[in-house]
Design a protein around this ligand. Sequence first.
Ligand code: TIU
Length: 220
Amino acid sequence: MVTVAARPFDFKLDPARVALIVIDMQRDFLEPGGFGESLGNDVARLQAIVPGTARLIEGFRAAGRPVIHTRECHRPDLSDCPPAKLSRGAPGSRIGDAGPMGRILIAGEPGAEIVPELFPIAGELVIDKPGKGAFYATALSAHLAALGVTQLVFAGVTTEVCVQTTMREANDRGFECLIAEDATESYFAKFKQAAIDMIVAQGAIVGWAAPVAAIVAGLA
Ligand code: TIU
């Protein structure tokens, strides 16, 4: 076990049983013209965490530990998108509508791809998910069991939506969860702050938070 300085107290990292989950670092959320912007958000804030996320991914690759990427996207026929989700956003720029990067949030379209700087390498798992959480309607749980993973480090966007939803469920499923606070971002600064504060409150009720540098140092 390696000690990583974290909030609300040290995280005991097990370098043999940890995996990284990089949530939804897709063009649709980070670039103009995608789903994130169609919901009324300024996407510029999310670009800022790309270098830190790249350092974190590199640290896991160098340590030979699993890097799992997720993508929020839907089938071209939208059969996996509930009407309640489909109706969000401005008419004409909803899920499945044509945008500058192809159909918004649809699997196989350029906008649904992971940004080039963080692109998965051969052998890394990429989980397509129709919900905000990465366990719902995916094989993530089975993959993690097969890998023998008991600890998860979280990065990606957005902190209070897909990252937090996934981290909360991972915590319920028995994983020790650590969020990389400079490799996650929200369209709203106060939501990121509040989400991380909620995670670490009450003695790490959902999990721990630490900077990328501390996590990478622990893996080395
Ligand atoms: N809108 C928003 O903050 N997030 C999402 O819709 N998806 C993810 O967080 N990936």
